[in-house]
Design a protein around this ligand. Sequence first.
Ligand SMILES: [Fe+2]
Ligand SMILES: [Fe+2]
Length: 264
Amino acid sequence: MELRAQALICLAQTDFLQKTKFVNDLISAWQSGNCNLDTKVLFRPPNNIPGKPTKPDLVSPKDVKRRNMRTLEGRAVMIHALAHIEFNAINLALDVIWRFANMPEQYYSDWLKVAAEEAYHFTLLNDHLIKMGYIYGDFPAHNSLWEMAARTADDILARIALVPRTMEARGLDASPPLRSKVAQVGDMEAAGILDIILRDEIGHVSIGNHWFNWLCKTRNLDPINTYAELAQQYEAPTPRKPFNHQARLAAGFTEQELVWLENA
Ligand SMILES: [Fe+2]
Ligand SMILES: [Fe+2]
């Protein structure tokens, strides 16, 4: 089996249990040397991606339910929204593996690790939802993460700049206030899940930073100016303050980049 072809097959899987199992089997095969890598092959984008279950219904972000954390349903809506982000994140990591050719082997191996961790996050959240009497698919969700992926499908530099370094990095900022909200209402299990996710997401953003800077270096581009241009060109969402400086620095953003962000 070949890693990038398998990533594409996995991306097309619609069932979330099958998709998470596929990712886990794929990383085991890769780590045990039972999966090779063809960095050169170009795949034609099929029209069945990303594979997703018939539920949740996808709606505009303004139609996503509000969350009152004091009610069980409100908390379930919030956990569901996070599970949906993680489900998308599995697809996003798989997508950069099959889509972009001619990168070093480490690039593919890094994103496979990300896909496996996203599958783990999804499973933690969905299992928590099940304990609360719900399951992934029970509430409507929005599609803005994948929309950014679609907009940047033809340009690896834009994709890495705007998905891991923008959308995923926003997760680092969103995590501490969310964690304190769930802890406040006594859901310590959810707080523990958020801790695991934050720890791993620092790694994902750091992988994004690494490959963005690598691409800039190979193309002789200045990372800050290039990011600013791409953010404008692709209408990246405005970053929301306050930023999680500590997590962003740990994820490889420079002080200079954080200063730029504060003034953006
Ligand atoms: Fe995640
Ligand atoms: Fe992630």
